[in-house]
Design a protein around this ligand. Structure first.
Ligand code: SAH
Length: 259
């Protein structure tokens, strides 16, 4: 049995209870050593076999899984954040399906949630943005033409940009070409929820210089949009005393809502 597990964004207590249990019971752990906090390996039992996938190819990862399976062992494949985002899990799952090896999948807290926590942000502020665009600049992995930064920027929704810390000058230019002004609020969150986390508020036009000034070259998310500054927004309807919900009747007037 293989358990795909989301490790969370960094802090070792931000793995789920289920993920931690899988780690504690595993015979073999294959972890993404480039980003997973090695402190999570402290949950492993003594004698557990540990492999760092940062130094392995897909074929090598699969070979370890198949060998473990043949020996009747339980394997945890530990991915950073939530495995569904840039996790390269589908190719592993397809190979396991083909080999007739069963697996399951335990979600994790993504770094984009960790970054919001670092900045006390609500990405979806009423009247500001009700959508979050999660994307990246093209790197070795291409991004489809229809998903250009410019085309997403045109929506002025909240954007969270992964895997692009080394390309911030170009990112700024493309965000501006897409319709954001240079003074649109932005933030860089480096190693969200790790002990050396840095959360820096800047603007679309100053992303590159902010990263350079703080020696940030990788492991960061860029957050773009007015949700970062939260200088104007509407209060929620969900908690508005004038509106009833499925769980709560409407109060008479907001002023009467009781203190
Ligand atoms: N599945 C992961 C993302 C893996 S892609 C998740 O859900 O978070 C790797 C990229 O994620 C990094 O290049 C960086 O952009 C971002 N990232 C991962 N962990 C991070 C963290 N703790 N803080 C900021 N960015 C992080």
């Amino acid at each position: 049995m293989i358990h795909f597990v989301g490790a969370g964004p960094g802090a070792p207590d931000l793995i789920t209870l289920r993920g931690k249990k899988f780690l504690e019971e595993a015979d073999v752990i294959i972890y993404a050593g480039s980003l997973v906090n090695p402190q999570l390996l402290d949950y492993a039992r003594e004698g557990c076999q540990v492999h760092n996938s940062a130094e392995m190819t897909l074929e090598e990862v699969l070979a370890v899984m198949k060998e473990a399976e043949a020996a009747g062992l339980t394997t945890v494949r530990l991915h950073t954040g939530d495995p569904s985002l840039y996790g390269a899990i589908r190719e592993q799952m397809d190979a396991l399906e083909e080999a007739g090896i069963s697996f399951d999948y335990c979600p994790g807290v993504s770094s984009f949630s960790g970054a919001a926590a670092a900045l006390n942000l609500e990405y979806t502020l009423p009247d500001v943005s009700q959508s979050v665009v999660i994307t990246r600049m093209a790197g070795r992995t291409p991004v489809p033409e229809k998903e250009s930064i410019e085309s997403f920027a045109a929506h002025h929704a909240t954007m969270v940009i992964f895997l692009s810390t080394g390309m911030l000058q170009e990112l700024s230019l493309r965000l501006i070409a897409g319709g954001y002004s240079a003074d649109t609020p932005a933030a860089i969150v480096y190693k969200a929820t790790w002990e050396d986390e840095k959360a820096l508020v800047c603007t679309v036009g100053t992303l590159a210089e902010t990263a350079a000034r703080n020696n940030i070259t990788k492991t960061a998310l860029m957050i773009i949009g007015d949700a970062v500054s939260h200088s104007h927004y509407q209060r929620s309807e969900l908690y508005n005393p004038a509106f009833a919900t499925e769980f709560r009747p409407a109060s008479r007037m907001p002023e009467d809502s009781g203190k």
